[in-house]
Design a protein around this ligand. Structure first.
Ligand SMILES: [Zn+2]
Ligand SMILES: [Zn+2]
Length: 337
């Protein structure tokens, strides 16, 4: 395994330069502040929300992820052999199915949980759950990790899943950032499946249309695990890639003639062909939208479209529910315990 480079994060522009011509706009590496931004948005959305306690707990977890990110110890990075094999097979380099997780993630997860505990108020009902999860042994932890990474809900403890997922998100984000800093080209290769993250193979959580500069109006799918974003055309189904029968549903009724600021910043993009959907967030309608936080705060929209018969393409690892089919996340059917 190669040694770890200095923990420096490259900007998308630097990555473009070092990638030697590959268009970086097709793929955005995570920003170092990704977890801090998410926490901020969660706190904003929690005000007056029916899921306030849950969103605030997730904010505490994201703040802990942000604190741990710069101090994350060295991790094994891809070897030239691994890079070549992934490229030849057109598979994600840091695949959830095949990448050998560095055992360091487990210790870091326990440190993360300890950090969360010190920031949860005394008397918070979430404390018991965090303490119980922290006591998991290595084998049980790896078993739960494998299930939640690959969408196996049989035997998955949905109570501890968001906590374990937080540790996996942290590890994979660190891994992605450091691999990109070492050589961005290795993370820019083509893969066989445009509906999944090209770097780790996870499902997206939501998609987002970005604003400003060359990204104006471009739509990206946001990886549920490593926080990489990859571009996909607008008005295209994120599940079957079809372009016929794509419609948009929102919670607030919108009119064609309303100014952008009055259109809903969150819609469900549904596909009549394959009966799947993924939420799409619009930065030109609300500059503050964040792919994971806004997804958690808009579960009512999932209920609306799932009642109309659509299955979700995508997953939010901070909120997992019941049975799933083919790795898809089942729509939420119950409140948070
Ligand atoms: Zn990913
Ligand atoms: Zn479709």
């Amino acid at each position: 395994m190669s040694s770890t480079p200095p923990n420096r994060i490259l900007s998308p522009e630097e990555i473009a330069l070092r990638a030697g011509g590959t268009d970086p706009e097709l793929r955005l590496m995570p920003e170092a502040g990704v977890f801090a931004e998410r926490a901020l948005r969660l706190r904003q959305l929690a005000a007056n929300h029916s899921l306030r306690d849950y969103l605030m707990l997730m904010a505490v977890i994201c703040e802990a992820q942000h604190r741990r990110l710069p101090d994350f110890p060295p991790v094994a990075l891809p070897t030239p052999q691994q890079v070549q094999a992934a490229s030849e097979a057109r598979q994600p380099l840091l695949s959830i199915h095949t990448w050998p997780r560095d055992p360091v993630w487990r210790d870091e997860w326990r440190t993360l949980m300890a950090d969360v505990l010190t920031h949860l108020p005394e008397g918070s009902p979430a404390r018991a759950g965090v303490q119980a999860a922290s006591a998991l042994g290595d084998d049980a932890l790896e078993q739960q990790a494998a299930r939640l990474l690959t969408g196996i809900t049989l035997g998955l403890d949905v109570g501890s899943a968001p906590l374990i997922a937080a540790g996996l998100q942290l590890y994979w984000t660190v891994l992605t950032l450091r691999a990109a800093a070492a050589d961005p080209r290795q993370l820019l290769g083509d893969t066989n499946d445009a509906t999944r993250c090209p770097c780790c193979g996870s499902l997206p959580t939501t998609s987002i249309t970005r604003s400003g500069g060359k990204r104006q109006g471009q739509r990206y799918l946001h990886c549920a695990l490593c926080n990489v974003e990859w571009q996909m055309a607008r008005v295209q189904c994120t599940h079957c890639l079809g372009t016929e029968g794509v419609h948009y549903e929102a919670l607030q009724p919108v009119t064609e003639t309303a100014p952008p600021s009055r259109l809903s910043p969150i819609e469900a993009e549904t596909c009549a062909t394959c009966q799947h959907y993924l939420k799409i967030l619009h930065m030109d309608r609300d500059a503050q939208v964040e792919p994971v936080a806004d997804d958690l705060a808009s579960m009512t929209l999932d209920l609306l479209v799932s009642q109309a018969g659509f299955s979700r393409h995508g997953v939010n690892l901070m909120l997992l529910f019941g049975d799933s089919e083919g790795g898809d996340q089942a729509p939420p059917e119950r409140g948070l315990g």
